[in-house]
Design a protein around this ligand. Structure first.
Ligand code: ZN
Length: 148
């Protein structure tokens, strides 16, 4: 049922599925239902909740831009930047179902001027770097063509 995986490896293992229509992988607290990305597995950050059980969930692969900027400096770990570093556009996207904000680079070829708050985007995978094991992919946000 899943789409064929693009020929590539995850730049960050276990953070997203390697499918044609990829999903970010988060965790959901079994007690209160709060979702986390990156995965939270030790304790729930909801102050009203004492949950310590988490299940892996595939997060929404679409959302709307909440905020965006161009990054002219290298992002901190774990947001891996391409080497040599070239400035890129970064977007904070509110996921469609979970209403949580996930940061990501914007897909190649998309300029800052094309973006606006509220624009619908989808998750895509693009090469981040290549080494002897092959091409390593990272998630990015790409505006949906028929975005309203
Ligand atoms: Zn919880």
């Amino acid at each position: 049922m899943s789409a064929p995986a693009p020929a590539g490896l995850a730049a960050i293992e276990g953070w997203y599925t390697l499918e044609e229509k990829p999903h970010l992988l988060g965790t959901r607290c079994s007690a209160c239902g709060t979702c986390y990305f990156p995965k939270q597995t030790m304790f729930c950050r909801n102050p009203q909740c004492e949950g310590t059980q988490f299940e892996e969930v595939r997060l929404s692969r679409t959302g709307r831009i909440w905020s965006y900027t161009d990054a002219c400096y290298e992002p901190p770990a774990p947001y891996v930047a391409a080497k040599p570093f070239i400035p890129f556009v970064i977007a904070a996207v509110e996921l469609a179902a979970e209403k949580m904000i996930v940061l990501g680079q914007v897909a190649r070829g998309v300029e800052l001027a094309q973006l606006r708050v509220g624009m619908a985007v989808e998750l895509v995978l693009e090469p981040l770097y290549t080494d002897e094991r092959g091409e390593h992919l990272v998630w990015k946000w790409r505006p949906l063509k028929d975005a309203a």
